[in-house]
Design a binder for this molecule. Sequence first.
Ligand SMILES: [Zn+2]
Length: 113
Amino acid sequence: MHEMSLCEGVLQVIGDQAKAQDFHRVKTVWLEIGELAGVDPEAMRFGFDVVMQGSLADGAALEIIHLPGRAWCLPCGKEVHVRQRFEPCPLCGGYQLQVTGGDELRVKELEVE
Ligand SMILES: [Zn+2]
């Protein structure tokens, strides 16, 4: 389950922020997860609780913000919505797509005290 190591990455980010902004407790973590990031939100929630135990984010709430998968279709000349990587364009059925968004996994915001 690679979500576990992703959660450790999140904890790293929180730790860095804590040092930079001098806070000691995190109450809520807003995490952006793109549709194309290959991350299972449920596994992420599970991993989050485990990894945050004993850290400054122990017991913190995890709010997941879902971002849609977006890709630029060359033949259509416009941006389209894709649900997964290597999916054909929903408009023309072509595969000349370049992912432009929806592959993010990042900490958007922290509620701290
Ligand atoms: Zn197209």
